[in-house]
Design a protein around this ligand. Structure first.
Ligand SMILES: C[S@@+](CC[C@H](N)C(=O)[O-])C[C@H]1O[C@@H](n2cnc3c(N)ncnc32)[C@H](O)[C@@H]1O
Length: 236
């Protein structure tokens, strides 16, 4: 495996969620990986996905993983067609110009290779087992203030690939399901009491009520949360 930039030191709980592994299974299947291929994991965070990809290549290929580039994802230091496939998970939701990044990721994918984008539809978050007024207030706060710039990125990936002029576009929604607050907190940060109040994920005046209600629902065993992620793929 080759690493082109220092890893992001941020510990990403999401990356190790078993539910997210189901999303990755869909993405890796869509990449049509074959031994000996050269794969780019763009915006990798840590090396989690890169190691899984490398294992799929049977030790004969190459996985290049990069995180924050000064040049941005809109100016990658690779010649056109450098990679057999490109994987980019939960990155576009944070970018100012995702269309430019998609064009650049397509540029470095060889003709006939696959570009697979994975992202979250934050507006699809739903929970049950908590008081409705708390859910409404926290959900509104989250969507209005906290998560990245493109809350709808997941469900827009298909349209973005089509508008980039790429052929053979497919899109698969994967609903993540959590039956207890602790596992849900790995993916849904507003359910994580360990995240400090100054992160602003929960309205300060509701914080005690919110985490108290979560704890009670966890004890009762009737908590439920879902969120939909999308895996969209094109042949370049
Ligand atoms: C939510 S994390 C996802 C990490 C990883 N892809 C995963 O799914 O576990 C988003 C990552 O995108 C990276 N990122 C954001 N903007 C980027 C850019 N312009 N170029 C490269 N990486 C970027 C961040 O540093 C962060 O590691």
């Amino acid at each position: 495996m080759a690493h082109d930039t220092p890893g992001n030191p941020h510990t990403d709980l999401i990356a190790v969620s078993p539910e997210l592994q189901r999303v990755r299974e869909v993405a890796f299947a869509a990449l049509h990986l074959e031994p000996g291929q050269c794969i780019l994991d763009a915006g990798c965070g840590g090396d989690e996905a890169a190691r899984l990809l490398a294992a799929r290549l049977g030790g004969t290929g190459e996985v290049v993983w990069l995180d924050y580039h000064a040049e941005d994802l809109t100016c990658l230091p690779y010649p056109g067609g450098r990679f057999d496939a490109v994987h980019c998970e939960r990155v576009l939701q944070t970018l100012g110009d995702p269309g430019a990044a998609i064009a650049e990721l397509a540029r470095v994918t060889r003709p006939g290779g696959r570009l697979c984008l994975v992202d979250t539809d934050w507006e699809s978050v739903a929970v049950d087992g908590l008081p409705a007024h708390l859910v409404a207030a926290v959900r509104h706060h989250l969507l209005a203030t906290v998560v990245g710039r493109h809350l709808d990125m997941g469900r827009t990936l298909r349209r973005r690939l089509l508008r980039a002029g790429l052929p053979e576009v497919t899109a698969v929604p994967v609903a993540l399901y959590f039956a207890d607050p602790k596992s849900a907190a790995t993916v849904l940060p507003m359910l994580n009491p360990a995240i400090p109040p100054d992160a602003g994920l929960v309205p300060p005046d509701l914080r005690d009520d919110w985490f108290g209600a979560l704890s009670e629902a966890g004890s009762r065993g009737d908590f439920l949360a879902t969120i939909t992620m999308w895996v969209a793929t094109a042949v370049v």
